[in-house]
Write a protein that binds this ligand. Structure first.
Ligand code: ZN
Length: 411
């Protein structure tokens, strides 16, 4: 009987906790504002054209950077050089620096595990004929809508002082229309094979504003899915019913048509949210704010907010942090000092029967140093005299676990 009571009590508290989390999400979702979404789309459309090779591309990136900064994100413009023939087979060569906008809200517990929320900000427009194209590219639906939804979520998190447990990364990708170039650059910097496990998942929004269905109960959203991302897909499907009035339409169709595809190619779990009716104004100068349905967009924004909240703010999503896979005793006995370090880094290692390896990675995920440790050795010294100033990650790996520490090199 006593045991029964305890079980009952646990069940009660568990339900209570889950309910409280749901209430919190419902409260945040209720703050999503159609006028705010519209203002975001109008601001982006106001740039005239967001074609990737236009002169104004850095201005747009700077604008998005300042918006995210106003919501408490640490933001960098991450540049990459792009040179290519575009339109394809046109004989026209384009080149120039591109700017991914990367905003981070550091996680409270697991700084090294990230959840990405993304939308590309560039646009294209194919006018009639072959001359004037690209000078007018309003891209209201494709993809000012996705960016607008992400900015709205950032605003609400900021207004409510939401602190994520996992690090929340907002990616506004450049040059998506030229073949997912921004996300490709991003993932090769942050998720090379040694690093992919740091990314818990990506929630990508592309074209989320077009709808002509008048009955709110009959509106649909595409939950575009990827292999290996079943948990995330199921969450998106479930949250449609919990937090929105939308009907979820699971599909693999077009899953290679936006940036989440590139992340998934690197084994990152991904989900891609998109309108169910494809806009007839796609890639034309008629893709303007007046064609969007902001009440519909509000519902997709709710879905994205709920997904971000559950994956990054709550801990209800699969753990991928390397730190968390280590037992606490091993974590405690792994030390590296001094930190910041200017010359020799002294490491105290946990005892591993089969030894372990230590490797040092740059912030971009490039391996700088590697050394194997002999059986049972518990001390090691690493000479960092030749290593440039910056932030690095020291990774210890044994047969059973991996532990990562952030190291600052400063000479
Ligand atoms: Zn797009």
């Amino acid at each position: 009987m006593k045991r029964f009571l305890i079980v009952l009590l646990c069940l009660f508290f568990f339900c209570f906790k889950v309910d409280a989390q749901q209430d919190e999400i419902v409260a945040l979702c209720s703050q999503i504002n159609a006028d705010s979404l519209r203002a975001n789309v109008e601001a982006l459309e106001g740039f005239g054209s967001r074609y990737a090779f236009n002169e104004n591309r850095k201005d747009i990136a700077e604008y998005l950077k300042s918006r995210l900064e106003s919501y408490g994100f640490n933001v960098v413009l991450d540049s990459f050089y792009l040179e290519m023939e575009y339109p394809y087979s046109s004989g026209i060569m384009n080149s120039g620096w591109q700017y991914n906008v990367v905003g981070k809200k550091e996680g409270m517990w697991t700084e090294d595990t990230t959840i990405h929320l993304s939308a590309h900000y560039d646009a294209v427009s194919f006018k009639e004929g072959f001359e004037n194209y690209f000078f007018v590219a309003p891209g209201a639906d494709d993809n000012a809508s996705g960016v607008a939804a992400v900015l709205e979520i950032a605003r609400i998190f900021s207004d409510n002082a939401v602190s994520p447990i996992k690090t929340l990364v907002v990616d506004f990708f450049a040059a998506e229309e030229q073949g997912l170039k921004g996300s490709n650059d991003r993932i090769t910097k942050t998720a090379n094979p040694q690093w992919k496990e740091f990314i818990g998942g990506i929630i990508n929004l592309d074209m989320v504003g077009y709808n002509t269905e008048l009955n709110p109960q009959a509106r649909k959203v595409n939950i575009i899915k990827y292999d290996g991302s079943e948990e995330l897909t199921q969450m998106a499907v479930d949250y449609c019913g919990l937090y929105t009035s939308l009907l979820p339409m699971e599909t693999y169709e077009n899953n290679n048509a936006s940036d989440s595809y590139i992340f998934n190619c690197y084994s990152v779990r991904a989900v891609f949210l998109s309108e169910h009716e494809f806009t007839p104004h796609y890639h034309t100068e008629r893709d303007i704010v007046e064609t969007l349905d902001f009440d519909y967009m509000k519902e997709i924004t709710k879905l994205a907010l709920a997904l971000v909240y559950e994956t990054a703010v709550n801990n209800n999503y699969v753990e991928v942090s390397l730190n968390e896979t280590a037992s606490s005793s091993a974590k405690d006995s792994f030390e590296a000092y001094p930190n910041p370090v200017s010359g020799t880094l002294h490491c105290r290692l946990p005892y591993f029967e089969d030894g372990c390896t230590l490797s040092l990675y740059s912030a971009e995920g490039k391996m700088i140093l590697y050394s194997a440790n002999k059986k049972g050795q518990t001390k090691m010294e690493i000479d960092l005299n030749g290593v440039e100033n910056g932030i690095y990650f020291l990774r210890l790996e044994s047969n059973s676990q991996a532990i990562t520490k952030k190291i600052i090199v400063h000479h």
